[in-house]
Ligand binder design. Structure first.
Ligand SMILES: Nc1nc2c(c(=O)[nH]1)N[C@H]1C(S)=C(S)[C@@H](COP(=O)(O)OP(=O)(O)OC[C@H]3O[C@@H](n4cnc5c(=O)[nH]c(N)nc54)[C@H](O)[C@@H]3O)O[C@H]1N2
Ligand SMILES: Nc1nc2c(c(=O)[nH]1)N[C@H]1C(S)=C(S)[C@@H](COP(=O)(O)OP(=O)(O)OC[C@H]3O[C@@H](n4cnc5c(=O)[nH]c(N)nc54)[C@H](O)[C@@H]3O)O[C@H]1N2
Ligand code: SF4
Ligand SMILES: [Mo]
Length: 694
């Protein structure tokens, strides 16, 4: 065990440096105080500038999670029907021997019958895919395309800017106009909000572009509550106004972009009147935002966009990101370090993928080129029989760092898939989640306080190290330990399977970061330019910001950012006229923390926010129970007429555990498995529903 020795010769009270493991752009540094082997306090690390000593409400409660009475502390084997959550304790050896035997038998026939299913329960590179990827590569299992969160935005950004790169977050503090676009910063990106507040105090203007009137939108100077999935039209109208009013930075455009003439022609087709009709916004509001941009351009002041993933969960999500990502180049905002755009910074990190994940091990597996399964269509894929196009049916599923039964779209199909009696399911978990209820074996996992890990961030550009602060509770074990043990049982003898967790931490970035500084300080900042594209140098094939993408043209796709309507646009289907979005609740992190009582109490009940103009004709009053439904399913929620929803759009905050909801279902009963334009990502916020009083 590589985590058990930490408290061996420990003084009575000590502090240990760690990192928040959760799927959040902020990747905070924290300090755990341990007394007599028990963690007694967890605080933001005041020495880490990005954290500034402050954790969000959720992770301030992390000790309630670590010592939660429902923590899984021993391996379990199913005794009841799938989904019932009835288990008996077994020993680790019994569980691992049986799992290894089942996997060996399947692999002898076709290892592609086995599918890993994981996401970002921890964002750590070690407890994430560190040892797991090695194991599944050597096995030759089906590969998982991890699309569920950011794949559309990543594709849009990569075709335009060249990668998941952009402004450094701290420079937003000096911006003069900040567009907070598809992001509820106070809820999901708190440490960015600090910088936006600094800018506001220094006189900057903040504009929020979001269908929902979030707490963030309320605190901005202006809020554009557009219809979901209409961002590309808005971006084009802003470009059109820049063209007709002479706010284009012709010099920057000529030197550092590709395809301006074509983009210009397309933008001129989008006067504010046309965009206003598509977006459901007043014309004057679009014109006013364009004037704000123009005023900054004329004063040579920096305009910055904090784009976030909330705006890429609709059919045209990737193209919408493309359209927005063109704007800073059009006005030359990248010339300033406090200008430009940030969607994700994760592409800035020199992760040593080959050394860490060992894709070369595929060559030593019985299946060197396995098929790829998209995690966002797991509902359909679990129900698919063998076919020449699909390959073999999925017969075994190993789930870790994810809760697909609660978070994957079209939950009715997901549940039917997980309920298959002939599916062998193993779930590595800290808690008895909705997904764990369907497992044949549940294996107890350590929390961040109990294991080593190393972290990048998608909201800043520091590397963080997480040291174990306490010994694993009960028989909980790190994910890496489980995959090491399975590898040994399957006779995988490559020396990489013997690497311990600290070795994996060192391998993650190799020589690109100073590991001794990390060990001492807990974090290091990547050496990156202040203003990355002030002089061009985009990581695209042309080195320019690609308004026109030759790579998309080569695939026969629209080379310019396209304006695409939703799969299920608001008001289109008379049987389901309302558009539902389901962004995260502030006190949960996806489905994590829903079982922490204090945080669940803060959220109250699963709610559906509605505008009075939509509630009144349906006879719905504030506080009524309502049924939200479409042809995929239904779910019971408490109506909230709290001023946050705009007409035509309802908001079902996520992501509740099904079993902690009044009718045992959550909003993903309603969402569909339809995918985005690029990136094969899910379309959670592209979902037509109807609502009736329950
Ligand atoms: N408290 C909390 N923090 C979180 C999370 C959490 O669950 N809870 N989840 C984490 C994860 S995994 C992620 S990916 C990020 C997500 O954080 P963000 O990237 O900020 O994305 P979302 O929270 O999905 O959506 C942000 C906002 O986009 C709005 N939105 C919805 N549809 C559209 C649209 O079509 N256009 C525009 N312009 N806006 C739209 C939503 O109303 C929402 O307020 O946050 C992380 N942080
Ligand atoms: N309707 C709707 N659905 C959505 C979204 C939405 O906005 N609306 N958002 C989508 C997005 S952006 C995302 S990222 C996905 C998130 O989907 P997931 O990545 O599945 O996230 P969580 O629901 O937080 O589940 C993570 C699980 O990992 C477990 N875990 C944490 N650490 C460890 C560990 O070290 N070891 C093991 N074995 N387990 C661990 C936690 O206990 C938790 O149950 O959901 C998506 N689903
Ligand atoms: S969830 Fe985000 S804001 Fe909260 S502690 Fe973790 S990294 Fe920081
Ligand atoms: Mo996400």
């Amino acid at each position: 065990m590589d985590t058990a020795d930490v408290t061996a010769a420990a003084p009575a009270e000590q502090t240990i440096l760690g990192a928040c493991p959760h799927d959040c752009p902020d990747t905070c540094a924290f300090v755990t105080t341990v007394r007599d082997g028990r963690a007694v306090r967890l605080q933001g690390n005041p020495q880490h500038p990005q954290t500034g000593g402050v954790l969000c409400t959720k992770v301030s409660r992390y000790l309630e999670r670590v010592y939660h009475p429902q923590r899984l502390l021993q391996p379990l084997r199913r005794v009841g029907p799938k989904g019932a959550g009835r288990f008996e304790p077994v020993s680790w050896d019994e569980a691992l021997d049986d799992i290894a035997a089942r996997l060996r038998a399947l692999a002898a026939r076709d290892p592609q019958t086995i599918l890993p299913y994981s996401y970002a329960g921890t964002m750590g590179l070690v407890q994430g895919e560190g040892m797991a990827a090695r194991f599944f590569h050597r096995l030759g299992a089906s590969l998982l395309d991890r699309t569920i969160c950011s794949a559309a935005g990543a594709a849009g950004l990569t075709y335009t800017l060249g990668g998941k790169v952009g402004m450094r977050v701290e420079h937003f503090a000096e911006s003069r106009l900040i567009l907070i676009w598809g992001s509820h910063s106070i809820g999901s990106n708190l440490h960015f909000w600090r910088y936006a507040q600094q800018a506001k105090r220094a006189g900057a203007r903040l504009v929020c572009i979001d269908p929902r009137r979030t707490e963030t939108a309320e605190k901005c100077h202006e809020h554009l509550a557009l219809l979901p999935g209409t961002d590309a039209a808005l971006a084009y109208a802003l470009m059109q106004q820049c063209i007709v009013h002479g706010w284009v930075d012709e010099d920057y455009v000529q030197r550092h972009t590709l395809g301006w003439e074509a983009l210009r022609e397309r933008a001129l087709q989008w006067p504010p009147e046309r965009a206003a009709a598509v977006c459901g916004l007043p014309v004057a509001q679009i014109e006013a935002l364009a004037r704000d941009i123009g005023a900054c351009v004329q004063r040579r002041e920096p305009v910055a966009i904090r784009l976030n993933y909330g705006m890429q969960r609709t059919r045209g999500g990737a193209n919408a990101v493309r359209a927005v990502a063109c704007l800073p180049a059009v006005i030359g905002a990248w010339r300033h370090r406090a200008g430009g755009l940030l969607l994700s910074s994760s592409g800035s990190y020199p992760v040593q993928r080959e050394a860490l994940f060992r894709p070369d091990l595929l060559q030593r597996s019985p299946c060197p080129q396995p098929r790829v399964i998209n995690m966002s269509t797991i509902g359909d894929d679990l129900l698919r029989p063998a076919s020449p196009a699909f390959g073999p049916a999925i017969e075994a599923l190993i789930v870790y760092n994810s809760n697909p039964v609660a978070v994957a779209p079209d939950a009715g199909r997901v549940v039917r898939g997980f309920a298959r009696e002939d599916l062998f399911t193993v779930v590595l978990e800290q808690f008895p989640t909705d997904t764990a209820d369907y497992a044949d074996y549940v294996l107890p996992a350590t929390t961040q306080l109990e294991h080593w890990d190393i972290h990048l961030s998608y909201g800043h550009t520091d590397v963080l190290l997480n040291r174990p602060a306490i010994a694993p509770l009960g028989q909980a074990r790190p994910n890496t330990w489980v995959f090491r043990e399975l590898a040994r049982r399957l006779g995988f003898d490559d020396p990489c399977f013997a690497d311990d967790d600290l070795t994996l931490c060192r391998q993650a970035f190799g020589d690109a970061v100073d590991f001794e500084v990390l060990m001492r300080q807990g974090w290091v900042t990547l050496p990156l330019p202040e203003a990355p594209f002030a002089h061009g140098g985009f990581p695209t094939p042309s080195g320019r910001c690609e308004f026109y993408s030759p790579r998309l043209a080569a695939q026969g796709l629209d080379p310019l950012p396209a304006v695409l309507s939703n799969h299920e646009p608001a008001g289109h289907d008379p049987r389901h006229p309302l558009a539902m979005i389901s962004p995260p609740a502030r006190h949960f992190l996806n489905s994590t923390f829903v079982n922490v009582a204090s945080l669940r109490d803060a959220e109250g009940e699963p709610a559906l926010e509605m505008h009075p103009a939509d509630a009144a004709p349906r006879g719905i009053a504030d506080g009524d129970w309502v049924e939200v439904f479409n042809d995929r399913g239904q779910c019971r929620l408490r109506a909230r007429l709290n001023g946050r929803a705009r007409p035509g759009v309802v908001v079902g905050l996520g992501i509740w555990w099904r079993k902690l909801s009044p009718d045992g279902r959550n909003v993903n009963e309603l969402t569909s498995q339809a995918l985005t334009d690029l990136g094969q990502a899910p379309t959670f916020y592209d979902c037509a529903v109807e609502v009736r009083r329950a």
